[in-house]
Structures are given as C-alpha cells and as structure tokens.
Design a protein around this ligand. Structure first.
Ligand code: ZN
Ligand code: MN
Length: 481
C-alpha cells in the first residue's frame, strides 16, 4: 500500500467574554432565559444600525498578538449572506480578505516535542442564535445572536487528530491566559471545524472535506482519524474524494456527508455598508502587546532559571496557566519550589484528573498549597496524610490545610522535647531490649521507633524519634563506660 500524507487544518471559533455583544449593548451572558437578551440590532430588524464594541476589537488584537500575528492598521467587515433560522438578519457580519490579524504561528507540545502551527488569519465576527431541537420540534433562542467571536484559521499543519487536539489545548490555555474567553467547550464558547485532505506521500494536497461543529476534544480526535481512514480507503481503491461539508456523530462514531461544499460565491460576500473599517494605530498595538502576560515559553524559562526546576517539571507547570498561577502563588510565599512543584505534579494534578473530565478543575488555591508544603517541610504532617486525607477533604473548599489537620488530629508530634518524653518512656518500658543496643544490635532502634509510633498513634515524626532514641542510648552508653 502506498504511503499517504494527512493534512489537517482547523477553524476554531472562540466566544469573547466581553460584557456586551459585538454591535449592540445587549449583555453577553450564557444561560439566561431564552430571547431576553435581544434588541433590534442583534435581531436584525430593518433600520437598526450596528456600532462596534471596542473591547471585542481589543480582545481580538490581544489574541492575534499572542499568536504572533501581524495586526494590519486597517481591517474591514464583510457580510456573509445565508438564510437560516438561527440568523435573523440573513447575513453574518464577519471578516474575510482584510482580517483583524494574520500570518502568525503558535507553538505547542505534542508527545513531548515542541511543534509549531501556522495561523492564516483571525477574523472578528458575530455568533448566530441557537436552535434547540426537542420532542420533534425546533425552537430558537436569539440570545447568542451578536455575541463576539474570533475565528482562528490555521494552516493545514497537523497530521493526526492527536496533534490537532494538542494544539487546541494550547489555544484553550492561551485564551484563558490572556483573559479573552472562558473557552468552555461544553457551553459552546470554543467550537471547532476540521479541514482534512489526504494525498499520496509527496504529492500535492488532495481534495479536502470539512467536518463542522465539533464540540469536544475527543470528537475532534475521533472524527479526524475516521475521516483520514475513509479518504485513504477511497484513494487506495482508485476512487476520488468529494469536496463536501460533513457532520460527525460522536455517539455512533461515524461521519457522514451533509452537503457538497458551498462555493464561497454562494455566500455573496460584500463589504458591510453599515460599518466603517477598523483602524488601529501602532501605539494601540504596542500598548496591547505590552499588557500581555508572560507566554508559556517565558514562564518555562523562569521556572528553570529562577526556581531551579527541571525542564520536565517546568513544562508541566507552564502547560496550563491555572497551574502556573497555583505554582507561582505558592512559591512566592517562600516555600520550597521543588517540593511545591512535586506536590502539584504528583498529587494535585492526579486529584484534578480523577473524574476523567476533558478540562479538569483545580480544587485548591495557592494559599492552601503553600500551607501544605509548609506542613510537610516542618515535619508536622506526613506526605501520605496529605495525599489520603488533607487534599481530598479541603478540595473545592476554602478550608485551611493546617486547621483541617489540627481539627482532625492529623498533626505529627515534631516538637523535640515532646518526642524525647515519649522516647524515654519507651526505653524505660523496654529496658532489656534497649540494653541490647550496647551489644551492637542495630535492630533495636527500629523496634523502639515502632513502640514510639504505637503509643503516639502513629503521629510521631519517625525520623526524629529514631534520632532521639540513638542520642539517648548513646549517652547512656557513655555514662556506663
Ligand atoms: Zn442586541
Ligand atoms: Mn466563522
């Protein structure tokens, strides 16, 4: 069988979390009573006039800069005409040939390798309403009409569904980091279309299909693999791939053709006559750029250089900005950064991922984490207690780790005087065993530590107990001699 090249490009829609919609003052909110967040502008009533939300423009530029794009000084709106019940105006105000940002790239990790994908353009556009199909009927909620979106169009730089998903995760992380979207796939604020083509190895790019509206990472990965296999099978059998728009049925795990691809002429694109071009000065671009938070790369460098972490640890901590915030917040209190990193990587992330969700939520804040690190480092609680008891119980609460340990009797006895009291009692109670130490029996120490642990219900710092036992027995030795 011949070798094939799979080329995947993404069109990613990200809802911007501005207070108001793109062309009117209606609130941009999710989950409200249907059709209560609408006005003549976003309903497209005749005679209504749009005016551009400056915040949405700023967010789009911020996203463009974070993706290393060029920001043209002038960008223009177009009308994309199509007639569909979720679009009362019968056109979507969008961008095409003169977008807000273009020619960028995004670096991302896939299986430990640093990769880069080209960004063709980012266009600013409005969302459509939402069709709700229920009990054989369709109802329409226009609240989402006019919500600002950016559409990120990538180059066909991915060769597998896994790679596309790794990139999408980086985009999700980046959008959160720069604060322009809450990117919740389950609420539709991040949606993705996949363009996929297959060609014989080294041959020019083949005919591509577009699979629309994928709303989970798993669906993106599965539909890519399905579509690549389908096209390879067609080519291997000497048949042609038809250019078409396809749907993915995630329950059945199959894709199917929806309509042969609309030519862009079908949309009858033309300049939006009701809006002026967007003009952006160098000063405005510079000021947005200077306010960008440190990128993943910059954070990684900082973790290696300033905190002395390994590249591996730094990469994990920088992979999600929420984890970065957690780490930096805890480390800034002066606790040991290496220990902090270990607890995040080994315990906190494990805890967050236990439900198997695609977008795990971290249930503790940096203050709680710093306290945990301090408790361990000062010998007040053991690591196992943190893993099995403290972490699961303070998760998703604002309880302090120290107070929880105190109230539930989890604190270890680490006070030297206190430990010495217990040690002396154990030595008295086990005199004959203790005397064996003088004849060189080292096992005595382990036995005595066991006794100390027993009378303290396991709450003694075993290492300190051992040291104290040795110290006392050695002293007694000297006296005898
Ligand atoms: Zn409105
Ligand atoms: Mn779009």
């Amino acid at each position: 069988m011949a070798l094939y090249d799979v080329r995947i490009g993404l069109e990613i829609h990200v809802e911007l979390k501005t207070d108001t919609k793109l062309f009117c003052a209606c609130p941009n909110s999710f989950g409200d009573e249907p059709n209560t967040r609408c006005c003549p502008v976003c309903l497209g009533l005749p005679g209504s006039m749009p005016s551009v939300n400056a915040k949405a423009v700023e967010y789009a530029v911020r996203a463009g800069l974070a993706m290393n794009c060029t920001i043209p000084h002038v960008s223009k709106w177009v009308r994309k005409n199509y007639f569909y019940p979720d679009l009362p105006k019968a056109w979507q105000t969008s961008q095409l040939d003169m977008p807000i940002a273009k020619d960028g790239y995004v670096e991302y990790f896939h299986n430990g390798d640093l990769k880069s994908a080209g960004i063709t353009r980012i266009q600013l556009e409005e969302d459509a309403g939402k069709l709700i199909h229920e009990h054989g009927k369709t109802r329409i909620d226009y609240n989402r009409c006019g919500v600002p979106l950016i559409e990120i169009v990538t180059e066909p730089d991915f060769s597998s569904g896994d790679e596309a998903v790794a990139f999408l995760k980086e985009i999700r992380n980046m959008m959160r980091l720069i604060g322009v979207s809450d990117v919740k796939m389950q609420e539709g604020s991040l949606r993705c279309d996949v363009n996929l083509s297959v060609s014989e190895h080294g041959a020019p790019r083949g005919i591509r299909t577009e699979t629309k509206n994928l709303n989970s990472f798993k669906a993106v990965a599965r539909s890519c693999n399905y579509e690549a296999d389908r096209q390879i099978e067609l080519l291997a059998a000497g048949k042609a791939v038809v250019q078409e728009t396809r749907r993915w049925d995630d329950v059945a795990g199959v894709g199917y053709g929806m309509r042969t691809k609309q030519d862009s002429a079908d949309y009858r694109f033309f300049r939006e006559p009701d809006l002026l071009p967007i003009m952006i000065t160098d000063e405005e671009i510079e000021s947005i750029k200077s306010a960008l938070p440190p990128s993943r790369k910059e954070r990684m460098e900082k973790y290696c250089v300033k905190f002395g972490l390994s590249r591996y640890d730094a990469e994990i901590l920088a992979s999600d900005y929420r984890i970065s915030l957690l780490f930096e917040g805890a480390a800034s209190t002066g606790v040991d950064p290496k220990r902090t990193a270990n607890i995040i990587i080994c315990d906190v992330l494990k805890m967050a991922k236990r439900t198997g969700e695609e977008d795990p939520v971290i249930g503790i804040d940096s203050k709680q984490l710093a306290e945990i690190v301090m408790l361990i480092d000062s010998g007040k609680v053991g690591l196992t207690t943190v893993q099995k008891d403290i972490l699961p119980n303070i998760w998703d609460t604002d309880m302090s780790a120290g107070e929880y340990a105190e109230n539930n009797g989890l604190m270890l006895i680490s006070d030297a005087c206190e430990i010495e009291k217990f040690v002396r009692r154990v030595i008295e109670d086990n005199r004959s065993v203790a005397d064996d130490y003088a004849s060189g029996n080292e096992k005595v120490i382990a036995f005595l530590i066991g006794r100390v642990m027993k009378i303290t219900n396991g709450k003694c710092d075993a290492k300190l107990a051992g040291e104290t036992i040795k110290k006392i027995l050695n002293k007694q030795e000297c006296k005898k001699k």
